[in-house]
Write a protein that binds this ligand. Structure first.
Ligand SMILES: Nc1ncnc2c1ncn2[C@@H]1O[C@H](COP(=O)(O)OP(=O)(O)OP(=O)(O)O)[C@@H](O)[C@H]1O
Length: 435
């Protein structure tokens, strides 16, 4: 590659990192106290946590507390009418979509029963976590425990786009591997999505495991995550032509029964001819090389989510992010994007042993050259994936570990019992601070 082209690629990458940081920090400054991280997860379902709801971790971010109250002003269509002087047609279209969405605001489908719910019937219990777009809280609505994600509207077009995408895609999906949406509320300044409550995300679990010095995710749990995540991603692609684009540990959730589901569709995209056609932001440390490269960053396909899943799984089973991290995210991203540098692999892992099938599967997911990386359908034929397919009866991997069947729920509940809730907020060294 000639020097000019390489310099141009570096500049582009640097601009994208700056933009990502700006978005992340800009929004964080507006909504969160300085000590709050971009996304934190406080599990209210477990008793050990509920008793500490007055601790600083459990308080809502200072300057948004009033917005999370169900007393928010109901949406008033007049205030949203596009002004005739406005020239941004894309923004007008988004606001029109918002107006249309308002028609279904407040109608929740709870266990098959559609009912109109008043916002005052949302009784917030506690904070579950926060991301770049808002907060997720546990709440009681019509006697049903739910997770309520509140996203705040501002004048930024990207912010509105992200909110509408999350609402639209959550409402579309019907898969056992995707968190179920019950419905939503739209207000002047915010949107609330009511969804199935889960127990913890992989990021929370990893932090608990690390700080309590437990063993990182076992291979069979990684197998179940792979099976659930690929089934969800394949469903999104085949049924709705959607690419997720934000696969990372905080977007993969567990419930107490060991079910594993994907969430957060804020930066997902609709594909044409199986290709995504926008540079929409994601989380750079988990982005595939082709999404960090100027020639291909606006045209990529679902294989970029395969890479993100591979990095996530590598991190869950080893406890570390596979690329060197220093103050310069730019350097890390350059290493990921450089196809001449090797991909991470579990082959060299000395601290734990993994099956050759698992190592091979992860190596496929982490092929740097997208042309060599398999799509979902190929991965779904791999023996490692098939081992976790429940429809295969006896072949389904209820492998015994020390004589006991390896149930994900048992593993999950034992991690929760043997670790501390407060550790969910403490970062892990050598791991990107993406939340
Ligand atoms: N349905 C749910 N049940 C329980 N906890 C949830 C649920 N949805 C999200 N959470 C928790 O809330 C946290 C924040 O979620 P959110 O989707 O807002 O942000 P994120 O994915 O962590 O970050 P970002 O939006 O910046 O990518 C998650 O990491 C998860 O721990």
């Amino acid at each position: 590659m000639d020097n000019v082209c390489f310099q141009q690629r570096l500049r582009d990458l640097e601009t994208r990192v700056r933009k990502w940081k700006f978005l992340k920090l800009g929004l964080t400054e507006v909504r969160l106290r300085p000590r709050d991280r971009r996304s934190t997860s406080v599990d209210q379902k477990h008793k050990e946590c509920s008793s500490t709801s007055s601790s600083p971790q459990h308080q809502r971010p200072n300057n948004i507390g009033y917005l999370t109250s169900p007393m928010e002003r109901k949406f008033t269509p007049l205030s949203m009418k596009p002004s005739p002087s406005r020239r941004d047609t894309e923004k007008d279209a988004l606001e029109f979509e918002f107006l249309e969405g308002c028609k279904k605001s407040g109608v929740l489908d709870i266990d098959g029963l559609k009912q109109a719910v008043d916002p005052n019937e949302i009784h917030i219990i506690g904070l579950l976590g926060s991301g770049s777009c808002g907060v997720v809280e546990s709440a009681m609505v019509k006697s049903k425990l739910m997770a309520v994600k509140t996203m705040y509207k501002n004048d930024n077009k990207e912010n509105l786009k992200r909110i509408l995408r999350d609402v639209r895609i959550m409402s579309l999906c019907n898969s056992p591997f995707i968190v179920t949406s019950y419905g939503y509320f739209m207000f002047d300044s915010s949107v609330k999505i009511c969804m199935q409550i889960m127990s913890a995300c992989c990021e929370k679990l990893l932090r608990r495991i690390y700080h309590s010095k437990l063993e990182f995710f076992p291979e069979y749990v990684a197998g179940h995550i792979v099976y659930s995540a690929i089934s969800a991603l394949d469903y999104l692609k085949e049924r709705h032509s959607i690419i997720h684009r934000d696969i990372k540990p905080s977007n993969i959730l567990f419930d107490d029964s060991g079910n594993i589901k994907l969430c957060d569709f804020g930066i997902s995209g609709f594909m044409t001819n199986s290709m995504a056609h926008s540079k929409s932001e994601g989380c750079p440390p988990y982005m595939a090389p082709e999404r960090l490269t100027i020639e291909t960053n606006s045209k990529y396909d679902v294989r970029s989510d395969v890479w993100s899943l591979g990095i996530t799984i590598y991190q869950l089973v080893t406890g570390i992010y596979p690329f060197p991290l220093n103050d310069m995210e730019f350097t890390t991203l350059t290493i990921i994007a450089n196809l001449n540098l090797p991909s991470p692999s579990l082959k060299g892992e000395t601290t734990r042993s993994f099956s050759p099938l698992f190592i091979e599967f992860l190596d496929f997911c982490l092929r740097k050259d997208v042309r060599e990386r398999p799509e979902y359908k190929q991965l779904m034929k791999h023996d490692f994936f098939l081992d976790y397919d429940p429809s295969r009866g006896d072949f389904y991997k209820l492998k015994t570990i020390n004589g006991n069947p390896s149930h994900v729920a048992e593993w999950f509940n034992s991690v929760i019992a043997r670790s501390r809730c407060e550790d969910e907020l403490k970062p892990i060294p050598n791991t990107p601070c993406v939340n």
